[in-house]
Design a protein around this ligand. Structure first.
Ligand SMILES: C[S@@+](CC[C@H](N)C(=O)[O-])C[C@H]1O[C@@H](n2cnc3c(N)ncnc32)[C@H](O)[C@@H]1O
Length: 201
């Protein structure tokens, strides 16, 4: 797929899912944190047009919003929302971006699997090392029965591998979902998803 086709695909995705609520993993993280401490900082890796970011800033957080698609960040900037001044947009591949100093929460909804295994694992090592005790990770990873298995540049983990990576964290949500649905782009797909919320010990 050309970069142009990929970008057009993501633009259609943002339009189609425009008014969907934040992901349950992001909401669960917000609820677990409760009132954020002064200056609380999150990073949203693969933020899209801001489905989670809107709620993160509404609840008082500052957030670094990372996406590799310019359209995502343009659509995020076009949203009319209170707290927008607490968003720092970063156009970057999520596996390349340094975690900001003082980050307390890494959120990555349906995006981390969209990088190749070596980079996925290097990123996860950084997240696991750099989050402070009490910091959280929320997001989705994909399992081995997902019908996208074998696609170049993507990462899939067995349940055991996922649990192994999460050692050192207290698991607050680990929901395994398998379902046959149609993707937002209209293609039938078997989803195998791990919905994760974990708190660093
Ligand atoms: C499935 S969408 C999810 C968007 C949003 N997090 C949500 O839950 O609706 C994946 C997003 O990740 C972005 N993305 C995909 N691969 C990426 C990468 N390697 N680095 C940064 N962003 C990436 C895409 O541009 C897209 O906006």
């Amino acid at each position: 797929m050309s970069q142009q086709d990929r970008s057009a695909g993501w633009a259609a995705y943002y339009t189609q899912l425009r008014d969907r609520p934040p992901r349950k993993t992001a909401l669960a993280a917000l609820d677990r944190f409760g009132t954020p401490p002064d200056g609380a900082l999150a990073i949203d890796l693969g933020c899209g047009d801001g489905r989670d970011v809107v709620e993160i800033v509404r609840r008082g957080w500052s957030v670094v919003a990372v996406d590799s698609e310019p359209t995502a960040l343009q659509q995020l900037a076009a949203r009319d929302m209170p707290g927008a001044e607490r968003i720092t947009p970063v156009l970057s591949r999520l596996e390349d971006v340094p975690l900001p100093l003082g980050v307390l929460w890494v959120n990555s909804s349906f995006a981390m699997p969209l990088c190749e295994p070596a980079k996925f694992h290097a990123l996860w090592l950084r997240i696991a090392e750099e989050l402070p005790a009490g910091g959280r990770f929320s997001g989705q990873w994909y399992g081995p029965r997902d019908s996208w298995v074998g696609r170049e540049g993507m990462t899939f983990l067995s349940r055991k591998e996922a649990e192994h990576l999460l050692e050192g964290f207290e698991i607050e949500m680990f929901e395994e979902e398998e379902a046959d649905r149609v993707t937002p782009r209209g293609n039938p797909k078997h989803w195998h998803i791990f919905h994760i919320l974990a708190r660093k010990r």
